[in-house]
Design a protein around this ligand. Structure first.
Ligand SMILES: Nc1ncnc2c1ncn2[C@@H]1O[C@H](COP(=O)(O)OP(=O)(O)OP(=O)(O)O)[C@@H](O)[C@H]1O
Ligand SMILES: [Mg+2]
Length: 253
């Protein structure tokens, strides 16, 4: 297994006048090597919290997390994983190429010797032409693509992407779908969250539906072929998603 979460729970402490938020309750997930795994769930379901815990940015209150058999805070685990955060934060004055050089240094590689990796990552996200412009001159979609290149420039075994299609135009979305499929074909493991169910349906080997911090169900594309919306308006995954979360209490803020 490349990724294992066992009975992971996380509650965010209350600020003054507010109640604590139980973001994850006993979440168990196992993601196999070479799998494309999608997490879907409404706003506030706990998707980003799960991914941040997996990356070691947040500590769970309970439960165990393993990335390729190592705890996420182990430096060896950090080098085999690449992460695209929900709100990527890049340096306005640096170019995409400079960001990627920095990412390689962080991964213990020499940017000078690994120029090929940088060009490969820039090409994967169609940013070769804009690579030497400062990020402040990028559109929102270009920033998202630069952040994606940052996540994968060291060519990690495991890619963890929090809403990779966010802010992208249809062309950019298509590019990310192709990138994930290509990265998958090279034998890597990809875990991502998304609200774009058609893309999730198209790309994933397995899909988890998370709601109110709990895993509601996990399905494969084969499972979806047996599901149909009685009204004929929704895709199988849309139908499953809505019927799963509509039976599960009130939405969170
Ligand atoms: N740092 C934090 N402090 C307090 N509460 C938080 C914090 N981060 C997340 N939460 C709460 O935890 C719950 C889960 O949030 P999370 O960001 O994981 O949801 P999500 O599934 O990623 O949602 P979205 O689709 O909107 O990105 C939410 O109720 C959110 O308000
Ligand atoms: Mg999120």
């Amino acid at each position: 297994m490349d990724i294992v979460l066992t009975h992971v729970s996380k509650t965010f402490k209350a600020s003054i006048g507010q109640r604590p938020v139980r973001a994850l309750s006993g979440l168990c997930l196992e993601i196999r090597r070479g799998e494309v795994f999608g997490i879907i769930g409404r706003n506030g379901a706990g998707k980003s919290t799960t991914l941040k815990i997996l990356m070691g940015f947040l500590r769970p209150d309970q439960g165990e997390v393993l990335l390729a058999d190592r705890p996420p805070t182990d430096p060896a685990a950090r080098n085999i994983v690449g992460f695209l955060p929900e709100n990527p934060c890049l340096y306005d004055n640096l170019t995409a190429r400079e960001h990627l050089e920095f990412a390689l240094r962080v991964a213990g590689m020499s940017p000078r010797r690994e120029r090929d990796r940088i060009d490969r990552a820039l090409a994967r996200v169609s940013l070769l032409e804009a690579a030497d412009r400062p990020v402040r001159k990028y559109s929102k979609g270009m920033v998202q693509r630069a952040a994606l290149a940052y996540a994968l420039v060291h060519e990690p075994d495991i890619l963890v992407l929090d809403e990779p299609m966010s802010g992208l135009d249809p062309l950019g979305r298509h590019l990310v779908v192709e990138l994930i499929q290509e990265y998958h074909a090279e034998g890597h493991t990809i875990l991502f969250s998304s609200h774009i169910l058609t893309d999730v349906e198209r790309m994933c080997d397995r899909i988890a539906i998370l709601d109110q911090g709990q895993l509601k169900t996990t399905v494969t594309p084969d499972d979806l072929t047996g599901i149909a919306d009685p009204a004929g308006r929704l895709s199988p995954l849309e139908h499953l998603f809505l019927s799963t979360i509509q039976t599960e209490g009130t939405p969170q803020p």
